[in-house]
Design a protein around this ligand. Structure first.
Ligand SMILES: Nc1ncnc2c1ncn2[C@@H]1O[C@H](COP(=O)(O)OP(=O)(O)OP(=O)(O)O)[C@@H](O)[C@H]1O
Ligand SMILES: [Mg+2]
Length: 403
Protein backbone atom coordinates (compact mmCIF):
# COMPACT_ATOMS: atom_id res chain seq x y z
CA UNK A 1 0.00 0.00 0.00
CA UNK A 2 1.05 3.58 -0.40
CA UNK A 3 -0.21 7.09 0.17
CA UNK A 4 -0.83 8.99 -3.03
CA UNK A 5 -1.74 12.18 -1.28
CA UNK A 6 -1.43 13.63 2.19
CA UNK A 7 -3.11 16.72 3.52
CA UNK A 8 -2.95 18.03 7.07
CA UNK A 9 -4.73 21.05 8.50
CA UNK A 10 -4.03 22.71 11.86
CA UNK A 11 -1.85 19.75 12.72
CA UNK A 12 1.14 20.63 14.95
CA UNK A 13 3.03 23.49 13.26
CA UNK A 14 1.10 23.11 10.01
CA UNK A 15 -1.71 25.41 9.09
CA UNK A 16 -2.03 23.46 5.88
CA UNK A 17 0.21 21.02 4.10
CA UNK A 18 -0.79 19.43 0.84
CA UNK A 19 1.51 16.85 -0.61
CA UNK A 20 1.31 14.52 -3.61
CA UNK A 21 3.24 11.35 -2.89
CA UNK A 22 4.54 8.48 -4.98
CA UNK A 23 5.56 4.89 -4.33
CA UNK A 24 9.22 4.29 -3.52
CA UNK A 25 11.34 6.43 -1.22
CA UNK A 26 10.52 10.06 -0.49
CA UNK A 27 12.85 12.19 1.59
CA UNK A 28 11.49 15.15 3.51
CA UNK A 29 14.38 17.53 4.06
CA UNK A 30 14.58 20.82 5.89
CA UNK A 31 16.20 22.53 8.80
CA UNK A 32 15.43 21.52 12.39
CA UNK A 33 12.00 22.43 13.60
CA UNK A 34 10.45 23.00 10.16
CA UNK A 35 7.76 20.37 10.57
CA UNK A 36 9.16 17.25 8.90
CA UNK A 37 8.45 14.92 11.79
CA UNK A 38 5.05 16.56 12.21
CA UNK A 39 4.12 15.35 8.72
CA UNK A 40 5.14 11.74 9.28
CA UNK A 41 3.55 11.83 12.71
CA UNK A 42 0.30 12.61 10.90
CA UNK A 43 0.80 9.54 8.70
CA UNK A 44 1.42 7.45 11.81
CA UNK A 45 -1.77 8.82 13.32
CA UNK A 46 -3.78 7.33 10.46
CA UNK A 47 -2.35 3.94 11.33
CA UNK A 48 -2.57 3.95 15.13
CA UNK A 49 -4.85 6.88 16.05
CA UNK A 50 -1.98 7.99 18.22
CA UNK A 51 1.37 9.69 18.00
CA UNK A 52 4.81 8.15 18.38
CA UNK A 53 5.88 11.22 20.35
CA UNK A 54 3.08 12.02 22.76
CA UNK A 55 0.39 10.00 24.46
CA UNK A 56 -2.33 12.66 24.37
CA UNK A 57 -3.88 14.30 21.32
CA UNK A 58 -3.83 17.91 22.51
CA UNK A 59 -0.24 18.67 21.36
CA UNK A 60 -1.17 17.53 17.86
CA UNK A 61 -3.55 20.43 17.36
CA UNK A 62 -1.97 23.65 16.22
CA UNK A 63 -1.69 26.36 18.88
CA UNK A 64 -4.87 28.41 18.76
CA UNK A 65 -6.92 25.82 16.85
CA UNK A 66 -9.44 23.41 18.39
CA UNK A 67 -9.22 20.66 15.82
CA UNK A 68 -6.66 19.11 13.51
CA UNK A 69 -7.42 17.24 10.31
CA UNK A 70 -5.40 14.57 8.54
CA UNK A 71 -6.57 13.44 5.13
CA UNK A 72 -4.96 10.91 2.86
CA UNK A 73 -5.58 9.10 -0.39
CA UNK A 74 -4.51 5.52 0.16
CA UNK A 75 -3.74 3.09 -2.65
CA UNK A 76 -4.40 -0.44 -1.52
CA UNK A 77 -5.07 -3.55 -3.59
CA UNK A 78 -5.60 -1.50 -6.78
CA UNK A 79 -8.23 0.59 -5.03
CA UNK A 80 -8.06 4.12 -3.78
CA UNK A 81 -9.48 5.04 -0.40
CA UNK A 82 -9.93 8.51 0.99
CA UNK A 83 -9.27 8.50 4.73
CA UNK A 84 -10.09 11.54 6.86
CA UNK A 85 -9.47 11.93 10.56
CA UNK A 86 -10.59 14.86 12.65
CA UNK A 87 -8.63 15.10 15.88
CA UNK A 88 -10.71 16.69 18.61
CA UNK A 89 -8.85 16.66 21.91
CA UNK A 90 -11.23 16.20 24.81
CA UNK A 91 -14.01 15.12 22.48
CA UNK A 92 -14.53 12.14 20.22
CA UNK A 93 -12.48 12.05 17.04
CA UNK A 94 -14.31 11.68 13.78
CA UNK A 95 -13.18 9.38 11.02
CA UNK A 96 -14.47 9.01 7.49
CA UNK A 97 -13.50 6.54 4.82
CA UNK A 98 -14.57 7.46 1.31
CA UNK A 99 -16.67 10.19 2.92
CA UNK A 100 -18.72 7.72 4.94
CA UNK A 101 -18.38 8.31 8.69
CA UNK A 102 -17.23 5.35 10.76
CA UNK A 103 -19.32 4.63 13.80
CA UNK A 104 -16.20 4.42 15.93
CA UNK A 105 -12.78 5.83 15.11
CA UNK A 106 -11.10 2.55 16.01
CA UNK A 107 -12.79 0.91 13.02
CA UNK A 108 -10.11 2.67 11.00
CA UNK A 109 -7.32 0.67 12.62
CA UNK A 110 -5.73 -1.85 10.30
CA UNK A 111 -6.61 0.02 7.12
CA UNK A 112 -3.51 2.20 6.89
CA UNK A 113 -0.56 0.11 7.99
CA UNK A 114 2.74 1.75 8.80
CA UNK A 115 5.96 0.72 10.43
CA UNK A 116 7.61 3.74 11.93
CA UNK A 117 11.18 3.89 13.15
CA UNK A 118 12.20 6.97 15.09
CA UNK A 119 14.62 8.03 17.82
CA UNK A 120 11.77 7.49 20.29
CA UNK A 121 12.04 3.77 19.60
CA UNK A 122 15.05 3.59 21.84
CA UNK A 123 12.40 3.50 24.56
CA UNK A 124 11.38 0.07 23.28
CA UNK A 125 14.66 -1.18 24.66
CA UNK A 126 15.27 1.18 27.55
CA UNK A 127 11.87 2.54 28.49
CA UNK A 128 9.08 1.40 30.76
CA UNK A 129 6.97 -1.71 30.14
CA UNK A 130 4.09 0.53 29.04
CA UNK A 131 6.07 1.48 25.92
CA UNK A 132 6.50 -2.14 24.95
CA UNK A 133 2.90 -3.05 25.71
CA UNK A 134 1.74 -0.24 23.50
CA UNK A 135 4.11 -1.37 20.78
CA UNK A 136 2.77 -4.93 20.97
CA UNK A 137 -0.85 -3.87 21.00
CA UNK A 138 -0.45 -1.46 18.09
CA UNK A 139 1.15 -4.18 16.02
CA UNK A 140 -1.51 -6.63 17.14
CA UNK A 141 -4.28 -4.35 15.95
CA UNK A 142 -2.52 -3.57 12.72
CA UNK A 143 -2.32 -7.28 12.06
CA UNK A 144 -5.74 -8.25 13.41
CA UNK A 145 -8.07 -5.22 13.42
CA UNK A 146 -10.76 -7.11 15.35
CA UNK A 147 -8.55 -6.87 18.42
CA UNK A 148 -8.94 -3.09 18.55
CA UNK A 149 -12.30 -3.75 20.18
CA UNK A 150 -10.87 -6.25 22.64
CA UNK A 151 -8.12 -3.84 23.63
CA UNK A 152 -10.42 -0.89 24.17
CA UNK A 153 -13.00 -2.99 26.01
CA UNK A 154 -10.24 -4.31 28.25
CA UNK A 155 -9.03 -0.77 29.00
CA UNK A 156 -12.56 0.33 29.82
CA UNK A 157 -13.25 -2.65 32.10
CA UNK A 158 -9.92 -2.14 33.81
CA UNK A 159 -10.73 1.50 34.53
CA UNK A 160 -14.12 0.62 35.95
CA UNK A 161 -12.74 -2.21 38.00
CA UNK A 162 -10.03 0.04 39.41
CA UNK A 163 -12.62 2.66 40.30
CA UNK A 164 -14.62 0.01 42.09
CA UNK A 165 -11.56 -1.34 43.93
CA UNK A 166 -10.86 2.14 45.23
CA UNK A 167 -14.24 2.20 46.93
CA UNK A 168 -14.41 -1.52 47.79
CA UNK A 169 -12.50 -1.20 51.01
CA UNK A 170 -15.06 1.19 52.43
CA UNK A 171 -18.20 -0.30 50.92
CA UNK A 172 -17.33 -3.97 51.58
CA UNK A 173 -20.14 -6.51 50.80
CA UNK A 174 -21.96 -4.94 47.86
CA UNK A 175 -18.86 -3.73 46.13
CA UNK A 176 -17.31 -7.18 46.27
CA UNK A 177 -20.32 -8.74 44.58
CA UNK A 178 -20.09 -6.17 41.78
CA UNK A 179 -16.37 -6.79 41.59
CA UNK A 180 -17.03 -10.38 40.61
CA UNK A 181 -18.98 -9.22 37.59
CA UNK A 182 -16.02 -7.10 36.51
CA UNK A 183 -13.64 -9.98 37.20
CA UNK A 184 -15.56 -11.99 34.61
CA UNK A 185 -15.22 -9.28 31.95
CA UNK A 186 -11.62 -8.56 32.80
CA UNK A 187 -10.46 -12.16 32.66
CA UNK A 188 -12.40 -12.98 29.52
CA UNK A 189 -11.03 -9.99 27.59
CA UNK A 190 -7.64 -10.33 29.25
CA UNK A 191 -7.42 -13.96 28.13
CA UNK A 192 -8.06 -12.94 24.52
CA UNK A 193 -5.55 -10.12 24.65
CA UNK A 194 -2.92 -12.33 26.25
CA UNK A 195 -3.40 -15.13 23.76
CA UNK A 196 -3.03 -12.68 20.89
CA UNK A 197 0.08 -11.10 22.38
CA UNK A 198 1.72 -14.48 22.97
CA UNK A 199 1.01 -15.51 19.40
CA UNK A 200 2.42 -12.21 18.16
CA UNK A 201 5.59 -12.54 20.21
CA UNK A 202 6.06 -16.10 18.94
CA UNK A 203 5.53 -14.98 15.32
CA UNK A 204 7.69 -11.88 15.57
CA UNK A 205 10.60 -13.44 17.49
CA UNK A 206 12.33 -15.24 14.59
CA UNK A 207 12.15 -12.08 12.48
CA UNK A 208 13.76 -10.10 15.29
CA UNK A 209 16.58 -12.62 15.63
CA UNK A 210 17.23 -12.47 11.86
CA UNK A 211 16.97 -8.71 11.62
CA UNK A 212 19.31 -8.18 14.55
CA UNK A 213 21.90 -10.49 13.03
CA UNK A 214 21.64 -8.49 9.79
CA UNK A 215 21.89 -5.13 11.54
CA UNK A 216 24.57 -5.89 14.12
CA UNK A 217 26.73 -8.01 11.84
CA UNK A 218 28.83 -11.10 12.43
CA UNK A 219 29.91 -11.92 15.95
CA UNK A 220 27.05 -10.05 17.59
CA UNK A 221 25.00 -11.58 20.38
CA UNK A 222 21.75 -13.31 19.45
CA UNK A 223 18.59 -11.29 19.92
CA UNK A 224 15.40 -12.94 21.13
CA UNK A 225 11.98 -11.98 22.50
CA UNK A 226 10.17 -13.18 25.57
CA UNK A 227 7.00 -12.28 27.41
CA UNK A 228 6.67 -11.84 31.13
CA UNK A 229 3.31 -11.85 32.84
CA UNK A 230 1.51 -11.49 36.13
CA UNK A 231 -0.18 -14.73 35.10
CA UNK A 232 2.39 -17.55 35.27
CA UNK A 233 0.78 -19.44 32.41
CA UNK A 234 1.19 -16.48 30.06
CA UNK A 235 4.94 -16.31 30.18
CA UNK A 236 7.95 -16.10 32.40
CA UNK A 237 10.05 -13.89 30.13
CA UNK A 238 12.37 -16.57 28.78
CA UNK A 239 13.10 -16.45 25.03
CA UNK A 240 10.15 -17.53 22.90
CA UNK A 241 10.55 -21.06 21.64
CA UNK A 242 8.75 -22.03 18.42
CA UNK A 243 8.27 -25.57 19.73
CA UNK A 244 6.47 -24.45 22.87
CA UNK A 245 2.69 -24.79 22.61
CA UNK A 246 0.87 -21.56 23.38
CA UNK A 247 -1.99 -21.48 25.89
CA UNK A 248 -5.47 -20.80 24.50
CA UNK A 249 -7.49 -17.70 25.38
CA UNK A 250 -9.88 -19.67 27.60
CA UNK A 251 -7.01 -21.30 29.48
CA UNK A 252 -5.47 -17.91 30.02
CA UNK A 253 -8.79 -16.49 31.21
CA UNK A 254 -9.00 -19.32 33.75
CA UNK A 255 -5.44 -18.68 34.89
CA UNK A 256 -6.28 -15.00 35.24
CA UNK A 257 -9.28 -15.87 37.40
CA UNK A 258 -7.15 -18.03 39.68
CA UNK A 259 -4.52 -15.38 40.05
CA UNK A 260 -7.07 -12.67 40.74
CA UNK A 261 -8.62 -14.80 43.46
CA UNK A 262 -5.19 -15.23 45.04
CA UNK A 263 -4.51 -11.53 45.05
CA UNK A 264 -8.00 -10.33 45.89
CA UNK A 265 -7.11 -9.03 49.34
CA UNK A 266 -4.04 -7.21 48.09
CA UNK A 267 -6.06 -5.63 45.30
CA UNK A 268 -8.68 -4.37 47.67
CA UNK A 269 -6.02 -3.04 50.03
CA UNK A 270 -4.19 -1.20 47.30
CA UNK A 271 -7.21 -0.24 45.26
CA UNK A 272 -5.85 -1.31 41.88
CA UNK A 273 -5.94 -4.29 39.55
CA UNK A 274 -2.70 -6.21 40.01
CA UNK A 275 -3.26 -9.04 37.55
CA UNK A 276 -3.67 -8.89 33.79
CA UNK A 277 -2.02 -7.95 30.51
CA UNK A 278 -1.76 -4.31 31.63
CA UNK A 279 0.96 -5.44 34.07
CA UNK A 280 2.97 -7.50 31.59
CA UNK A 281 6.09 -6.82 29.61
CA UNK A 282 7.82 -7.79 26.42
CA UNK A 283 11.37 -8.90 27.20
CA UNK A 284 14.16 -8.18 24.73
CA UNK A 285 17.03 -10.59 25.19
CA UNK A 286 20.49 -9.97 23.90
CA UNK A 287 22.78 -12.95 24.34
CA UNK A 288 22.63 -14.10 27.96
CA UNK A 289 20.99 -10.96 29.41
CA UNK A 290 17.97 -8.76 28.88
CA UNK A 291 18.83 -5.78 26.65
CA UNK A 292 17.32 -3.40 29.16
CA UNK A 293 19.96 -2.50 31.69
CA UNK A 294 22.72 -4.37 29.85
CA UNK A 295 22.89 -3.42 26.17
CA UNK A 296 25.22 -0.62 25.08
CA UNK A 297 23.89 2.47 23.36
CA UNK A 298 24.77 1.08 19.91
CA UNK A 299 23.32 -2.32 20.72
CA UNK A 300 20.12 -0.73 21.99
CA UNK A 301 19.78 1.20 18.74
CA UNK A 302 20.43 -1.94 16.72
CA UNK A 303 17.81 -3.78 18.73
CA UNK A 304 15.21 -1.07 18.28
CA UNK A 305 15.93 -1.03 14.56
CA UNK A 306 15.80 -4.83 14.37
CA UNK A 307 12.41 -4.88 16.09
CA UNK A 308 11.01 -2.42 13.55
CA UNK A 309 12.52 -4.25 10.60
CA UNK A 310 11.00 -7.42 12.02
CA UNK A 311 7.56 -5.77 12.14
CA UNK A 312 7.96 -4.78 8.54
CA UNK A 313 9.00 -8.30 7.54
CA UNK A 314 6.12 -9.87 9.48
CA UNK A 315 3.46 -7.59 8.01
CA UNK A 316 4.98 -7.98 4.55
CA UNK A 317 4.89 -11.77 4.87
CA UNK A 318 1.19 -11.64 5.78
CA UNK A 319 -0.08 -9.11 3.27
CA UNK A 320 1.02 -6.13 1.26
CA UNK A 321 3.89 -3.92 2.37
CA UNK A 322 3.14 -1.50 5.18
CA UNK A 323 4.31 2.07 4.61
CA UNK A 324 7.77 2.41 6.08
CA UNK A 325 8.39 5.67 7.93
CA UNK A 326 11.92 6.56 8.99
CA UNK A 327 12.03 9.65 11.13
CA UNK A 328 15.43 11.17 11.58
CA UNK A 329 17.22 7.88 11.99
CA UNK A 330 19.99 7.76 9.41
CA UNK A 331 22.09 10.37 11.17
CA UNK A 332 22.14 8.13 14.25
CA UNK A 333 23.29 4.99 12.48
CA UNK A 334 26.75 3.89 11.44
CA UNK A 335 27.52 2.70 7.93
CA UNK A 336 26.68 -0.96 8.49
CA UNK A 337 23.33 -0.31 10.09
CA UNK A 338 22.50 2.36 7.50
CA UNK A 339 22.94 -0.09 4.70
CA UNK A 340 20.89 -2.79 6.47
CA UNK A 341 18.08 -0.28 6.80
CA UNK A 342 18.57 1.08 3.29
CA UNK A 343 18.19 -2.37 1.85
CA UNK A 344 14.77 -2.89 3.39
CA UNK A 345 13.70 0.70 2.78
CA UNK A 346 14.72 0.47 -0.86
CA UNK A 347 12.52 -2.56 -1.37
CA UNK A 348 9.43 -1.23 0.43
CA UNK A 349 6.47 -0.15 -1.64
CA UNK A 350 6.65 3.29 -0.04
CA UNK A 351 9.15 4.75 2.37
CA UNK A 352 8.85 8.20 3.91
CA UNK A 353 12.11 9.50 5.33
CA UNK A 354 12.83 12.68 7.24
CA UNK A 355 16.29 14.16 7.54
CA UNK A 356 17.71 17.57 8.36
CA UNK A 357 20.58 16.90 5.98
CA UNK A 358 19.87 15.03 2.75
CA UNK A 359 23.42 13.66 2.72
CA UNK A 360 22.59 11.58 5.79
CA UNK A 361 20.23 9.52 3.66
CA UNK A 362 21.83 6.74 1.60
CA UNK A 363 22.01 7.69 -2.09
CA UNK A 364 19.77 4.82 -3.15
CA UNK A 365 16.90 6.25 -1.10
CA UNK A 366 17.10 9.81 -2.36
CA UNK A 367 14.36 9.31 -4.95
CA UNK A 368 11.78 12.02 -4.51
CA UNK A 369 12.68 14.99 -2.37
CA UNK A 370 10.31 17.24 -0.49
CA UNK A 371 11.67 20.52 0.79
CA UNK A 372 10.11 21.47 4.10
CA UNK A 373 10.61 25.11 5.05
CA UNK A 374 8.68 28.15 6.17
CA UNK A 375 5.40 26.33 6.62
CA UNK A 376 5.48 24.83 3.16
CA UNK A 377 6.23 21.36 1.82
CA UNK A 378 7.35 21.43 -1.80
CA UNK A 379 8.13 18.46 -4.00
CA UNK A 380 11.48 19.15 -5.70
CA UNK A 381 12.21 18.06 -9.25
CA UNK A 382 13.92 14.67 -9.33
CA UNK A 383 17.69 14.68 -9.08
CA UNK A 384 19.47 13.95 -12.36
CA UNK A 385 20.81 10.63 -11.10
CA UNK A 386 19.51 9.56 -7.74
CA UNK A 387 21.57 6.36 -7.99
CA UNK A 388 18.44 4.31 -8.46
CA UNK A 389 18.73 0.59 -8.07
CA UNK A 390 21.89 0.53 -6.01
CA UNK A 391 21.74 0.06 -2.31
CA UNK A 392 25.44 0.36 -1.59
CA UNK A 393 26.39 3.87 -0.76
CA UNK A 394 29.83 5.12 -1.66
CA UNK A 395 29.36 8.26 0.29
CA UNK A 396 28.95 6.41 3.57
CA UNK A 397 31.34 7.72 6.11
CA UNK A 398 29.70 6.51 9.27
CA UNK A 399 29.88 10.08 10.45
CA UNK A 400 27.28 11.21 12.91
CA UNK A 401 25.62 14.53 12.29
CA UNK A 402 23.70 16.46 14.88
CA UNK A 403 19.93 16.04 14.54
N1 LIG B 1 0.65 22.05 18.52
C1 LIG B 1 1.57 22.79 17.90
N2 LIG B 1 1.25 24.01 17.43
C2 LIG B 1 2.18 24.76 16.80
N3 LIG B 1 3.45 24.40 16.61
C3 LIG B 1 3.82 23.20 17.07
C4 LIG B 1 2.90 22.34 17.73
N4 LIG B 1 3.55 21.21 18.08
C5 LIG B 1 4.81 21.35 17.66
N5 LIG B 1 4.98 22.53 17.05
C6 LIG B 1 6.21 23.06 16.45
O1 LIG B 1 6.66 22.18 15.45
C7 LIG B 1 8.06 22.29 15.37
C8 LIG B 1 8.71 20.93 15.36
O2 LIG B 1 8.35 20.29 14.19
P1 LIG B 1 9.03 18.91 13.82
O3 LIG B 1 9.27 18.13 15.04
O4 LIG B 1 8.23 18.34 12.74
O5 LIG B 1 10.42 19.44 13.28
P2 LIG B 1 11.43 18.69 12.33
O6 LIG B 1 11.39 19.36 11.00
O7 LIG B 1 11.18 17.25 12.35
O8 LIG B 1 12.80 19.06 13.04
P3 LIG B 1 14.09 18.16 13.38
O9 LIG B 1 14.93 18.17 12.14
O10 LIG B 1 14.72 18.90 14.49
O11 LIG B 1 13.63 16.81 13.77
C9 LIG B 1 8.55 23.02 16.59
O12 LIG B 1 8.98 24.29 16.20
C10 LIG B 1 7.33 23.08 17.47
O13 LIG B 1 7.30 24.25 18.23
MG1 LIG C 1 12.15 15.66 13.26
Amino acid sequence: MYLRHLQVGQFRSWELADLALTPGPTVLVGRNGQGKTNLVEAVGYLATLGSHRVSADAPLVRHGATQAVVRAALRKDERELLVEVEINPGRANRVRVNRAPLQRPRELLGLVRTVLFAPEDLALVRGDPAERRRFLDDLLVSRTPRLAGVRSDYDRVLKQRNALLKTAKLARGNALATLEVWDGHLTELGGQLLAARLQLVADLAPYVTDAYAGVAGPGADRAALGYTSSVPLAGDGTPADPDRALPRADELAAALRDRIAERRKEEVDRGITLVGPHRDDLVLHLGPAPAKGYASHGESWSFALAVKLACFALLRAEGDDPILVLDDVFAELDAGRRSALAEVAGSAEQTLITAAVAEDVPVALRGTRVQVADGRATVLPAEADPGAGSVSDDEETGEVHGG
